[in-house]
Design a protein around this ligand. Structure first.
Ligand code: UDP
Length: 251
């Protein structure tokens, strides 16, 4: 699929901290970052507009610190700062590959990045820059998945690509059950009622209310982003309101 034939022309790519940790359990795996950035470069060269929301779980997760007795808002501020570290690592790698980028943060830190300004972000996209949104929504008690849904709606993304380390959504935890079955398609309501851990309810609801399809896929599998966006292959699991004739229909 090329040019006019591309199904998704503006996409929001949500990268969790876990994906950036690659094979590690903590911190940034620069091999994984560079692998992901090469995949992004390939689809950006086909003219797809890319905005990214990056998580911070590889560095700091608010809820974990709360379980150790920390004050929730304070812990969440730390979590939001962790996402900025990841965003800067991604920016550095993408720019070394020759792809122009801008980081915009939901918490102002103007020496490091631009503040989030929707119209400016849209202008960057028109100019072929990848925009990386960091610091989540800027408010505690939210997740970067919710930030991803919010930004996807704000900038008019055609879909939200939730990049993970597994190849889609399963009917039960594939790490625990050998007979877990991968789903090609699931509705927002099914995802909400089954309380799937893949995204929180606020994030699913925002996408549902704004009719933004979600695709959960394995970004560490080489070529998946191209297959999904350029070749139009039904990679991963599609979460939407109803089945379409896009290859995700059965199962
Ligand atoms: N966070 C927050 N508000 C937001 C987004 C994130 O307070 O709008 C904090 C929260 O503490 C969270 C941390 O930032 O645990 C890192 O984000 P998240 O856990 O969503 O990262 P991911 O799981 O995608 O790596």
């Amino acid at each position: 699929m090329e040019g006019d034939k591309l199904k998704y022309k503006r996409v929001l790519l949500k990268l969790s901290g876990e994906v950036l940790a690659g094979t590690r359990t903590f911190g940034i795996d620069f091999d994984a970052v560079s692998k992901i950035c090469r995949e992004i470069l390939e689809v950006a060269r086909h003219g797809i507009q890319i905005v990214m929301v990056v998580g911070g779980g590889n560095i700091f997760r608010g809820a974990q610190a709360v379980s150790m007795g920390m004050d929730r808002p304070q812990a969440d501020y730390m979590g939001m700062l962790a996402t900025v570290i990841n965003a800067l690592a991604l920016q550095d790698n993408l720019e070394r590959l020759g792809l122009p980028t801008r980081v915009q943060t939901a918490v102002v830190m103007q020496e490091i990045a631009e503040p989030f300004i929707r119209r400016r972000a849209l202008r960057h996209l028109e100019k072929g820059r990848v925009v990386i949104f960091a610091a989540g929504t800027g408010s505690p008690y939210f997740s970067t998945d919710t930030a991803a849904s919010l930004r996807a709606a704000e900038i008019g993304a055609d879909c939200l690509l939730k990049a993970t380390k597994v190849d889609g959504i399963y009917d039960k935890d594939p790490m625990k059950y050998d007979d877990a079955r991968k789903l090609n398609f699931i509705t927002y309501l099914e995802a909400l009622s089954k309380q799937l851990k893949v995204m929180d309810a606020t994030a699913f609801s925002l996408c549902m209310e704004n009719s933004i399809p979600i695709i959960v896929f394995d970004i560490l599998q080489e070529g998946n982003l191209r297959k999904l966006l350029i070749d139009g292959e039904p990679i991963g699991t599609l979460v939407s309101s109803k089945r379409g004739n896009d290859g995700y229909g059965c199962g």
